[in-house]
Design a protein around this ligand. Structure first.
Ligand code: PAF
Length: 276
């Protein structure tokens, strides 16, 4: 496995590679990321994982400074998972001058997490567009835990005509159901025990909806109350259609319930797809 820090060296390394698959990450890798690498290996011969903590997608006062940087550990995990190239630029390499050109995210980014993290999706699509331009992958792999991000990136690839297939990979969960996340490491041991409540509420909404309830507002309000009563600060719990993350109409059957909430200083997100 090659560890590369500059755009020029990466381009030289990838010259002549016919089937490059990109797995963009911010590092501090867990089993969820490694599942992305395993999936990437099914789609091409050269798997490139990028590791870059992208300042542009953190809101002021967010966790950019404390986001864990664990490059050596990440590289060991990536090598074992079958990655071929790690691209780990520093900020000066990816943003050699102040970034003045941004990609405007699509409308579907202006809700859910977009309501609570101003500028976040603009930062995500801008760095992902840069990575697509640098790596020129034919496939890129993202986790379905960041459900709205995946939808935004699919729109980026479609609307800006990137010749990239976007592959989504199912969320990897801890044995108690907690979605794996780099931010789980911020949780105290009491918070870690409590953290399962978000996913439990989403799964309860799925079960009730599958059982025939279509009063999604009431189902979500119940979940928000349960979380709030247990000490969480809820950003949102919402049901949307899978196709465009719109509020479901009567004909929408393929749905997803998404939630984002704070437990102490840690913001957790999760989602569950269902058909009802
Ligand atoms: O999902 C992430 O880790 C980040 O948002 C991404 C896609 C690597 C862009 O910085």
């Amino acid at each position: 496995m090659d560890l590369i820090h500059t755009v020029a060296e990466l381009r030289a390394r990838l010259k002549g590679e016919q089937s490059v698959v990109l797995v963009p990450t911010m590092g501090n890798l867990h089993a969820g990321h490694l599942a992305l690498v395993t999936e990437a290996g099914k789609h091409g011969r050269c798997v490139v994982a990028s590791i870059f903590v992208n300042r542009l997608q953190f809101e002021p006062g967010g966790d950019f400074d404390r986001y864990p940087r664990t490059l050596a550990d990440d590289c060991a995990k990536l090598e074992r998972a079958g990655c071929h190239v790690v691209f780990a630029p520093d900020e000066g390499e990816l943003y050699p001058e102040p970034q003045e050109i941004f990609v405007t995210p699509p409308k579907l980014a202006g809700q859910l997490c977009g309501d609570f993290r101003p500028g976040h999706f603009q930062g995500v699509v801008t760095v992902v567009a840069k990575l697509f331009n640098i790596v020129a992958p034919h496939t890129a792999v993202f986790g379905r835990k960041d459900y709205q991000q995946l939808a935004v990136i699919r729109a980026l690839a479609r609307q800006l005509n990137y010749p990239v297939s976007i592959v989504g990979v199912d969320t990897v969960r801890e044995p108690d159901g907690l979605a794996m996340s780099s931010r789980n490491g911020y949780l105290s041991s009491e918070e870690r025990t409590e953290a399962v409540r978000l996913g439990q509420n989403l799964r309860r909404i799925k079960a009730l909806a599958e059982g025939g309830s279509r009063d999604f507002d009431a189902l979500c309000a119940f979940a928000i109350k349960d979380l709030t009563d247990a000490g969480w600060r809820v950003d949102y719990v919402a049901v949307r259609n899978q196709s465009g993350l719109a509020v479901p109409g009567p004909g929408d059957r393929d749905l997803v319930v998404l939630g984002a909430a704070w437990l102490g200083r840690t913001r957790l997100i999760d989602n569950v797809e269902f058909r009802a």
